[in-house]
Write a protein that binds this ligand. Sequence first.
Ligand SMILES: [Zn+2]
Ligand SMILES: [Zn+2]
Length: 275
Amino acid sequence: MPPRSSQAFWQQRIQRAAQLSSEYEFAREILEFYGHVASFQQTLQANIAASAAEEPLNGTAAGVRDALDLGVLLPHFRGFLSLIERKAPSALSDAARQMATLPADSWIANLEDYWRQGGIDEPPAGTFAQFFSRAFLQPYAEFRGQRAVRVPLQMTVNVCPLCEARPLLGVLRPEGDGGKRFLMCSFCTQEWEFRRIYCAYCGESREESLPVFVAEKFPQIRVEACDTCHRCIRSVDLTKDGHAVPLVDDLAAIPLALWAEEYGYRRIHDNLLGT
Ligand SMILES: [Zn+2]
Ligand SMILES: [Zn+2]
């Protein structure tokens, strides 16, 4: 489980991005950009925490995705767009500049839309429409997910028990002689326990239909595919590298997307940068 202090958690992501950007030349631009985004998210989450009420939330989609309180968030949105415009790769930077010219009503509509459906609906392919809402609201969704009261799961579920979004990643955490498998939510970033040999999309459980691929460059990441639904999920294996930070290691693993594409497997849910 993540460290208890959220600020330490962000620090860990930012440091991991810096470390991996010196190891993986091909991912440097993306990881440096992510470092700027994560610093912004860290500050935003501290603001959210400072203004939040103390009571724990009801651990259901109604609790986590309860009415989006834009009072704390919206004053930061213009600053966020300006950061993206300055630091992002050019296509995304252009999109930020364009979005900054739109009226606040249109920002609100986008944010509310993502807040209701993010991670549940298939994200629109090939656009940045979702990037802005997703990156901006992630600290808020995470904060609410962390405070949600969890009910023990009676069965294996393939969507987040707190907010009903699809999983972004698998995470293998050391336990006993092996690893215990969790899924990490694409919306609120919380984890839930999941069966080891089981497709996280369609529930296929025959081992011969669930090929696993590991690239030499990323021994800590497994691509777990399914020949029944042709979906795949990346699992970050903390038994192989205890310093890995799943959200960040996944962003670095750009070549794995090419592999999955070549073999016709589509991610269950893409990451923040759409890879
Ligand atoms: Zn969730
Ligand atoms: Zn499947």
